[in-house]
Design a protein around this ligand. Structure first.
Ligand SMILES: Nc1ncnc2c1ncn2[C@@H]1O[C@H](COP(=O)(O)OP(=O)(O)OP(=O)(O)O)[C@@H](O)[C@H]1O
Ligand SMILES: [Mg+2]
Length: 507
């Protein structure tokens, strides 16, 4: 079921199937609202369901603050999108879906672009129960409107270590009840979770459910690719991969490997990506990267007017300050008036602070007419995906008019991003346009996105998987511009290779 937080314009072919007046503050009690029950039925049929709140931006604040302000909610079912794509899974994904619909713990893996996220979204849509999706980082949780793994299992920052965290939770009725009541959870981007975090959660889960089976019988579906970004590790410390911890072996995951790439159909590029994934810099990789190397002097055009150079590609930077600095530089070169869109934050002070730390849009979104922008979310109505880029034509407080690189002109309305507490209740929200400047972003933020043009400097990367994540965002290699490269930047962790070798030849 899609419950986009964004206020979507009604699709031209959508049908209004129900209206319900909600008292403000009741947004959590969705299952008690008759109109939502209708929406659930449509959703179970595989139709896209959109909720539209007919309140203005400032009133969204009342939704969380003032229980007496009524709002009207419309439910729209997007019939056209369903008719256009009746059953969209690839045969491999369809087989994987059968396993997901079965029982037992499952690990869904496969290279970048193999359709893991697509499959999971499909699985969630047709699942009979609401399944919590637990993100491995706070920022990812805000972006997808989910909760973090840490908050669900009451881990906090593992203050005092694993044993102290387990002991704290022994007396935490809320955490124990939540884990007891869940049947299944999905762990997203599992490669970024550390082993200690997984071990601690597994013990807490057994304790909560008073059951000695793995996770106390709670079903775990984890999704990710260990050849992509690793868990955050302190300088000098050994990397603590989730697949090496005791909880991983105890969980007895059935592995589901997606081996066909859905993002790109270019066979030569696929071979190159596969070699880079495994850190193999042979003659073909060498030639490929050299072919995409920008010639010397590519950066000598101070106004970035040349379309032949790196003017239009999105720079994927390893560090955030590099991406921010480059975006600001490019914006400053546009001879138009700045338009500033402040993000509206709603919620108590502590939750708002937590939201600000993980906010996908800055507190002040600064844009100019004709600047290049990137959408940072998938559109439930499929007009754009996370990573779609275009040029801003007009902007006012209610909408941005963007000409996408694909040629279509879209209106983008403000979206609501929320932070949920461990029980899935919204505790703070922010409202702004779901866009970022498209001149640069971090490799970290680009994980999961699909891009058409990428500029990347592969000279000084240090994390395993960084080079692979950057290059594998592309649909075709034509959009690749390499500023420099060094074989030492193309890193794969040997333990990841050994782990995947054991899973079989198709990984
Ligand atoms: N069955 C499908 N039909 C149409 N498009 C698909 C299908 N499966 C995946 N895609 C598209 O292919 C692209 C890659 O899919 P997806 O993002 O799910 O891959 P992924 O394995 O999660 O990649 P990553 O590891 O980079 O996050 C996306 O644009 C997605 O919408
Ligand atoms: Mg993905």
């Amino acid at each position: 079921m899609t419950y986009p937080q964004q206020r979507n314009p009604v699709h031209s072919k959508s049908l209004v199937v129900g209206r319900s007046r909600l008292g403000a503050g009741e947004s959590q009690c969705v299952s008690q609202v008759p109109a939502i029950a209708i929406a659930r039925n449509f959703s179970a049929l595989g139709l896209q369901v959109f909720l539209q709140f007919s309140c203005s931006l400032p009133q969204i604040g009342f939704l969380f603050l003032n229980r007496s302000t009524p709002i009207t909610m419309e439910i729209n079912v997007d019939i056209k999108s369903h008719l256009n794509s009746p059953s969209t899974l690839t045969p491999e994904q369809a087989q994987a879906l059968e396993k997901l619909n079965g029982s037992g713990n499952v690990f869904v893996t496969g290279g970048a672009g193999s359709g893991k996220s697509f499959l999971i979204r499909h699985f969630l849509k047709q699942a009979q129960e609401a399944i919590p999706v637990l993100a491995s980082t706070g920022a990812a949780a805000v972006l997808v409107g989910g909760r973090t793994f840490h908050s669900f299992f009451g881990l906090g920052l593992l203050e005092g270590g694993s044993i102290a965290t387990i002991e704290r939770n022994r007396k935490n009725g809320r955490v124990l009840k939540r884990i007891r009541e869940a049947k299944t959870v999905i762990i997203d981007e599992v490669s970024m979770l550390s082993g200690v975090v997984l071990n601690t959660a597994e013990i807490i889960s057994r304790m909560a459910r008073d059951n000695d089976e793995p996770w106390g019988g709670l079903r775990i579906i984890c999704v990710g690719d260990f050849a992509q970004l690793p868990p955050v590790t302190k300088a000098g410390a050994k990397r603590d991969w989730a697949f090496q911890c005791e909880a991983w072996s105890f969980s007895q995951f059935a592995s589901v490997v997606l081996s066909s790439n859905v993002r790109t159909q270019d066979n030569e590029f696929l071979k190159i990506l596969d070699l880079i994934r495994w850190g193999r810099v042979d003659r073909t990789v060498h030639d490929f990267l050299n072919r995409h190397l920008l010639t010397e002097g590519f950066n000598q055009d101070p106004e970035f007017t040349s379309s032949a150079g790196d003017a239009e590609a999105t720079r994927l930077c390893p560090r955030r300050d590099q991406a921010d600095g480059y975006n600001q530089l490019r914006l400053s070169l546009i001879d138009e008036k700045e338009q500033i869109f402040p993000t509206v934050f709603i919620g108590d002070a502590k939750s708002k602070e937590a939201l600000k730390r993980n906010a996908p849009v800055p507190e002040l979104l600064v844009l100019k007419r004709f600047c290049r922008v990137m959408l940072i979310q998938n559109d439930p109505m499929k007009r754009w995906v996370n990573g779609s880029r275009g040029r801003l034509l007009e902007a006012d407080e209610s909408k941005l008019v963007i000409r996408l690189d694909s040629g279509s002109k879209i209106n983008v309305e403000p979206a609501t991003f929320s932070i949920l507490d461990a029980d899935g209740k919204v505790v703070a929200s922010m409202v702004n346009f779901p866009v970022a400047l498209a001149y640069a972003t971090t490799i970290h933020k680009a994980q999961g996105a699909t891009l058409d043009e990428v500029w990347v400097d592969l000279s000084r990367l240090w994390e395993p998987g960084q080079a692979y994540v950057a290059l594998s965002r592309l649909r075709t290699p034509q959009g690749l511009k390499v500023a420099g490269w060094n074989p030492q930047s193309i890193i794969v962790a040997p333990e990841v290779m050994r782990f995947y070798e054991k899973l079989g030849p198709n990984v």
